[in-house]
Design a protein around this ligand. Structure first.
Ligand code: UGA
Length: 441
């Protein structure tokens, strides 16, 4: 059993802390946001993540998982200190904002009174490991205390976070201090995953390159989808046919509304920015971002090509979160789509199984006119008197709707399937004017 402190109770921090506790370690999660810690202490989980609430409760009961706003309390006797704070897009051209990581490093320096391994889990620009080391060294309240810094990027997905943490494809550890890296490796040994030990720059780059590659796969298949549409091919079957080739793989070849969320958009931007700064011109990364933005616009274009004007039309939106199984609205395609259709005079009826409240807040922040948006409590309510429905998020419950009832409730049976969850022929035979993405209709 090890004593671990995790700084930051966002997705990565909370899941990391909880899973390490579940593996038998003694974990204290620190966050400076008092309200978040107060809620966690009351047993409320601030994010929607399947299985997380139960796992937190179990480990709190077992006395292995604690929450505090005090760095001193969190750091006391901790052998391992994980930094898992967020690194949003900064103000200059897509650069990553390191403010929270730097703040965490300073706070650690001020409180650290014993040797510890400081592990960075936040996605940070290549070279940040050095910055963290420098900040801690400069601000150490006890200059006689020694420490090591290890980069350990996290690859978990929202919605499958626990499963991904406990069954990683690999664990990446980067450091100039191999002894410290081996200590961290020991924490992960029970997971029986391949462990890659490398230098800190390379570890940081592995994270960016992995996310950028996955984003590239998505933009690639979205470009192929557009070509399929013109030439009469079906991109869904193309992806299946391609995916059998082991060198390609089927994953992340689902054409649709493109990627959103807190990671891909920010990380591709940050990587492109780092390359730009280095005097390179990363053409592929820029194309990936452009195609991703175009996909959102394309859906609204399809709508306009069928309905003509959107003025006074009622548009149903199924799914608001950036993907299924989360209430996360960061960079969700629904926000752009709702802004554009309401901008053209449409009214919106929207439903998401869990993201209603986070969606309302995100729309407010983005200046979307909430008086034009009605939040419904299920898909059938969305369909009532709608002139069209757009499927924006592929929640499972949208895959098994009674489409005859949906059609009967609508004013005009227009279905834009932004996630290709229905079969075009079937929808047409039910009387829908159906448009998928890259499916030749
Ligand atoms: C992503 C990575 O998958 C994780 O490995 C990584 O740890 C994480 O970012 C991160 O950097 O923290 P996440 O953003 O939770 O995880 O979500 P994904 O499941 O990867 O989906 C990202 C976006 O791509 C979603 O908007 C999804 O709808 C879209 N997507 C995914 C597609 O449009 N097509 C696909 O085939 C797959």
């Amino acid at each position: 059993m090890s004593k671990i402190c995790v700084i930051g109770t966002g997705y990565v921090g909370l899941v990391t802390g909880t899973c390490f506790a579940d593996m038998g370690n003694d974990v204290t999660c620190v966050d400076i946001v008092e309200e978040k810690i107060a809620r966690l202490k009351r047993g409320e989980v601030p994010i929607y993540e399947p299985g997380l609430a139960e796992m937190i409760a179990r480990n709190v009961r077992a006395g292995r998982l604690h929450f505090t706003t005090s760095y001193r309390e969190g750091l006391a006797d901790s052998e391992f200190i994980f930094i898992a704070v967020n690194t949003p897009t900064g103000s200059t051209q897509g650069s990553a904002d390191m403010r929270y990581v730097e703040m965490a490093a300073r706070m650690i320096a001020e409180e650290l009174d014993h040797y510890a391994v400081i592990i960075n889990k936040s996605t940070v620009p290549v070279g940040s490991g050095d910055v963290v080391t420098r900040i801690i060294r400069t601000h150490l309240a006890r200059p006689d205390v020694s420490f090591a810094v290890v980069s350990n990027p996290e690859f978990l997905r929202e919605g499958a976070a626990i499963q991904d943490f406990l069954n990683p494809d690999r664990v990446v550890l980067g450091s100039s201090d191999m002894e410290a890296a081996h200590r961290v490796a020991a924490l992960y040994l029970p997971l029986r995953a391949p462990i890659i030990m490398t230098d800190i720059y390379t570890a940081e780059m592995i994270k960016y390159a992995s996310n950028a590659f996955l984003a590239t796969k998505i933009s690639f298949i979205n470009e192929i989808a557009q070509i399929c549409e013109r030439l009469g091919a079906d991109v869904k079957e193309v992806a299946v046919g391609m995916g059998y080739d082991k060198r390609i793989g089927r994953a992340f070849l689902d054409a649709g509304l493109g990627y959103g969320g807190s990671c891909f958009p920010k990380d591709v931007r940050a990587l492109a920015h780092m390359a730009d700064e280095a005097g390179l011109h990363p053409q592929l990364l820029h194309a990936v971002m452009e195609i991703n933005q175009d996909q959102r616009r394309l859906v609204v274009d399809k709508l306009v090509s069928i309905l003509g004007s959107l003025r006074n039309a009622t548009i149903g939106i199924l799914g608001l979160a950036f993907k299924a199984n989360t209430d996360d609205m960061r960079e969700a395609p629904s926000l752009d789509i709702i802004r554009w259709v309401t901008g053209q005079g449409a009214l919106v009826r929207a439903y998401d199984p869990v993201a209603r409240e986070t969606a309302r807040q995100a729309m407010e922040r983005e200046g979307i006119r909430l008086d034009l948006v009605t939040f419904c409590s299920n898909a059938y309510e969305v369909a009532e008197q709608a002139d069209a429905i757009i499927i924006v998020t592929d929640w499972n419950e949208f895959k098994s709707l009674d489409m005859v009832q949906i059609r009967n409730l609508m004013r005009r049976p227009v279905l834009i399937d932004g996630r290709n969850i229905y079969e075009p022929r079937e929808m047409v035979s039910l009387g829908f004017t159906y448009r998928g993405i890259g499916r030749g209709t």
